[in-house]
Design a protein around this ligand. Sequence first.
Ligand code: CUA
Length: 335
Amino acid sequence: MGRVRLRAVAVGIFVVLAVAGCGGDQDALHAASSQQSSIVELFWVMFGAGCVGGGLVVALLFVGWLRRERAGLTGRGGDDRAATRLVVILGVAVPIVLLSLLFVWADIFVVRSTAAPVPGSTQLTVRVIAHQWWWEVRYPGTTAVTANEMHLPIDTRVDVIGTSADVIHSLWIPELNGKVELIPGITNRILLDARTAGVYRGQCSEFCGVQHAHMAIAVVAESPARFRAWLANMARPAVPPSTPEQQAGLRVFLSEPCASCHTIAGTSARGEVGPNLTHLATRATLAALTIPNTPAYLRGWIADPQAVKPGALMPSVPLTARQLDELVAYLDHLR
Ligand code: CUA
């Protein structure tokens, strides 16, 4: 009984691990673009061909085992010529034809549809700079700079040009396309063309340090009109503080080390080390999707970043409880 239960638990763990990459927030099998659709089709055909091929091999092994038993009992051997023909057809000819077809399909059709866009064939360019452990997102031609959240208009071919500020990262938004390597000193490109509005979770998919798993990005695909409104707001300087508490918060921000790492457009804060905070309050999460962006979490993050994201470059700044409140009041109104 105990052994049966142990086996059931083991099977359960295996199934959970096997489907973990194919469900939940990130679902590579749930395509939201024609590029990802071609990857999903290829996956299912390869999977199906693998199942049929594997099943056939197992079935033939079983038949061989059965016939061997019978040959042993009767003392009659099998037909050597028929056996050789079977091996040549099923073991050589059929695999060559099948693998060639799959190779042509994968290499010509899928690789072509998911490849980096030809210059001039896209309608929007977005620049992504990977950092340990967050994503900087820029929209060339505008002053919009954001972090860990990329907005895209749907049904629009977007040329994403990516690089890295430190080590090698890999940008992967499983519902939209394959992966792209972000390498310091080099720019690589990938086509994103969402056909369905929604929020797609992306993840760094190359080990880049202790917080690799906490390096996620939200890709918000929305109607072109909503996207234009969002971009126009992102390009504006920060709203000035409107209450005495917020004014005090801005003073804390500018007088403490915050301003040497972060930019808030419209103020004297022009640091480039950490994320741009000009419109921080519009973002849904903090620390690259590690925690929700609420005043309580923001306060905890500023008070002790290492508790939330050990190894992150954000230092703990010694602030009084009152200064923390003022700072959070200011940052939380940066919409
Ligand atoms: Cu960046 Cu893993």
